[in-house]
Design a protein around this ligand. Structure first.
Ligand SMILES: O=C(O)CCC(=O)c1ccccc1C(=O)O
Ligand SMILES: [Mg+2]
Length: 376
């Protein structure tokens, strides 16, 4: 695949609802879409950054400059045989995983299209449909939360994830258990607690949560091991895992029993597959996390979830949960059983709606071999 042209779009899409987590509230998504051109094909990727460095240290501006100054010079004008080739080229650049992933993901889509195969097929996906969960942001009151849970169950979601923060945790979760009984429910703390809260987590054991996601610091696996030893509820790591090496160490330390894989957080689809395979060997189930993606990032998430060890429903809700209008056609839909069909058409399996893409584009930047700026 001769990389002839790369387009980076700065995008803005308004969420249907404000999404509150322990690190802040998101109402609009500012992110990047990448387009890679080769011959008759174009591959699409999404850089799942935000405008602020609250979930991860990357932002729209840092990702844009890393892509422009360091990643594009490594691929423009080159003949890339396989997306894994760029992971080797990118390995010298430390971290900046969401930036790397935006390029790598577009190359995977492009690669699958040139092979005339679906993205799920070229990565070795085995499932024809995936089971879907929903992530519910922090609500003002318990009643609001109970209403959201009820609505989500009616829509067919097979896992209910509830965001928690100090003051809005055990009582909120207990009210859900009391009202809805034995439903598949979990909590996500986004690093809002420390080991000083260990008694709270011991109490939560009574609630039989499927898991507690990222209770402690975003960069920790040591305290998580202490906590996991002290409680029965499985801990799932999100923010702490950036690579297959991080996953190996966390598994060895006993820091978690489940891992949330986000393609952007770990630097791409290839690294996601490595983590998936390592977890499979170690009996650690995985599931696909979400970053409130547009349809393009979401399509990539659907494809990786077709791998066999994605046995827990992911945060891969359909387009209509987030957007009045998505940038792909058809939009991603979920049936009443809480399933999304894995597309079998070439590439990510959804067409990009070019008019809608344009409507939500703030800025378009085109790069060819001639437009490269010098890099170190
Ligand atoms: O529906 C989704 O896309 C998942 C939403 C979600 O939980 C989330 C959204 C933004 C940043 C972090 C997280 C998280 O999983 O911690
Ligand atoms: Mg999370």
């Amino acid at each position: 695949m001769l990389i002839e042209k790369v387009v980076i779009r700065k995008m803005k899409m308004d969420l249907k609802f404000p999404f509150q987590t322990s690190f802040g509230t998101l109402q609009e998504r500012l992110f990047l879409i990448t387009e890679i051109y080769s011959g008759d094909h174009v591959g699409y990727g999404e850089c799942v950054v935000s405008s602020n460095p609250y979930y991860s240290e990357e932002t729209v501006s840092t990702a844009f400059s890393i892509i422009k100054e360091f990643l594009l010079p490594l691929i423009l004008g080159k003949d890339v045989q396989h997306p894994d080739d760029v992971n080797k080229l990118f390995s010298r650049i430390r971290r900046n995983n969401m930036a790397k992933s935006a390029i790598e993901g577009a190359l995977w889509d492009l690669y699958a299209k040139t092979q005339n195969k679906s993205l799920a097929e070229v990565i070795g996906g085995q499932k024809s449909e995936i089971t879907v969960g929903v992530s519910i942001g922090i609500q003002e009151t318990k009643e609001d939360l109970l209403n959201k849970v009820e609505e989500s169950l009616k829509q067919g979601f097979k896992k209910i994830k509830i965001k928690i923060m100090p003051g809005k945790d055990i009582e909120y979760l207990r009210s859900v258990r009391e009202k809805f009984g034995d439903i598949p429910v979990m909590a996500d703390a986004n690093s809002a607690y420390t080991l000083d809260d260990i008694e709270l987590f011991k109490e939560m054991d009574d609630l039989n949560l499927i898991m507690i996601e990222q209770p402690l610091a975003h960069d920790d696996i040591v305290d998580h091991a202490v906590l996991q030893n002290a409680i029965k509820t499985p801990i799932c790591l999100d923010e702490s895992i950036h690579s297959v090496e991080d996953a190996r160490k966390a598994i060895e330390l006993g820091s978690c029993k489940i891992i949330n894989i986000k393609i952007g957080r770990v630097g791409g689809i290839s690294e996601s597959i490595k983590i998936h395979n390592l977890c499979l060997q170690n009996n650690i189930p995985v599931w696909c996390g979400g970053m409130l993606e547009s349809g393009i990032g979401r399509a990539h998430n659907v494809a990786i979830t077709s791998l066999s060890n994605f046995t827990i429903p992911g945060d891969t809700a359909p387009s209509t949960r987030y957007w009045v209008k998505d940038i792909i056609k058809p939009e991603i839909t979920m049936n009443e059983e809480g399933h999304i069909q894995v597309p079998t058409t070439p590439g990510m399996g959804y067409e990009v709606d070019l008019d809608t893409l344009e409507e939500f584009t703030l800025e378009t930047n085109e790069f060819t071999i001639d437009s490269l700026i010098p890099s170190n």
